[in-house]
Ligand binder design. Sequence first.
Ligand SMILES: Cc1cc2nc3c(=O)[nH]c(=O)nc-3n(C[C@H](O)[C@H](O)[C@H](O)COP(=O)(O)OP(=O)(O)OC[C@H]3O[C@@H](n4cnc5c(N)ncnc54)[C@H](O)[C@@H]3O)c2cc1C
Length: 351
Amino acid sequence: MQVEYLIIGQGICGTWLSYYLKKTNKSFVVIDNNQLNSASRIAAGIINPVTGRRIVKTWMIDELLGFLVPAYKELGKELGTNVIEQKNLVDFHPTPQMKIAFDERVKEHAGFLSHPKDQQQYQQNFSYDFGFGEVDPCYVVNLKEILPVWRKKLLLNKQLLEENFEIEELNHSNDKVLYKNIKAEKIIFCDGINSSQNPFFKNLPFALNKGEVILIESADIPSTNIFKKGMMLTSIENGLYWIGSNYLWEFPDDKPTGQFRQQTESLLKNWLKVPFKIADHKASIRPANIERRPFVGFHPVYKNIGILNGMGTKGCSLAPFFAKQLTEHLVSGKEILPEADIKRFSKILMR
Ligand SMILES: Cc1cc2nc3c(=O)[nH]c(=O)nc-3n(C[C@H](O)[C@H](O)[C@H](O)COP(=O)(O)OP(=O)(O)OC[C@H]3O[C@@H](n4cnc5c(N)ncnc54)[C@H](O)[C@@H]3O)c2cc1C
């Protein structure tokens, strides 16, 4: 088989990269081992313009929002389903101090933050004593549709191989890569946390981060919004809700823990006034990094070995934008944004 690009991984990064390459009529094949707890398969799909305890605007969010909504709508058309929904975040203040902090931020980010007038609106569903603020706009991307539906399309077009990629089998020279019976001009790693073990990219400053989620069933939680009180709660399917997550920098493995389950169950019991049933508990590891900026572009020495990775907690916001940049770089030589281009790590990548 001969193609222009060999892509490793079909999480949110490999999905968007293959989508844009397809749109520009480039030939490619994706190898993906369908790892059930990959970050993209566990994520809620939330796009939130302000984050963190200090409620700050996220990196590049004004530019990203203008790009993301039409991009996901266009992808949805291609997949024949709606894949993005606006669900503003209802942020229940856990303490009076947090309410004051939110008030302060409302003045700074008036475009995104407000205190809705009707503060009793959710009293039937949730327990809360200190009111709530709203973050507008927030979105939820339907990863449960995007990943399998795009995969099916690729499989039908013989553009995806469902198998494990073994790096020992890769041969490369200046103008081509050879992997088993595949001959390609370039290889691009979209394999999430596995790139941190990859001989070409292991020197990038990955800082992997574990997160757990609980899925609950309930008939009485509104599906119109994302709700937050310590953790985020959002509907991901009719009657099924996602609640998470924690952020662990040190962890022995990628398995769900009893500690998280207990902590989340007790939070839910105190927070929800409506019946719910725990349906599942999952865990995954985010391909995060110290700088909180993506890893995009080609190796400074092995010019036909590239990467689209390092999306951390923001894969749904960053992957489409940087997959497009990488595609434009490949098609017309357009520069990748310097803060994301792995050129910034040339020295350590050459070691
Ligand atoms: C609990 C949790 C909640 C999150 N919530 C959100 C959220 O709400 N919003 C948001 O934007 N982000 C969220 N994230 C972060 C988001 O999940 C990641 O930023 C994003 O999924 C990373 O995508 P990726 O494509 O780089 O990697 P991955 O999703 O890990 O995809 C890598 C792919 O490569 C494949 N692969 C790996 N190695 C091989 C190999 N050797 N051979 C073949 N295939 C291989 C895997 O099967 C997988 O399909 C969350 C993460 C976690 C853990």
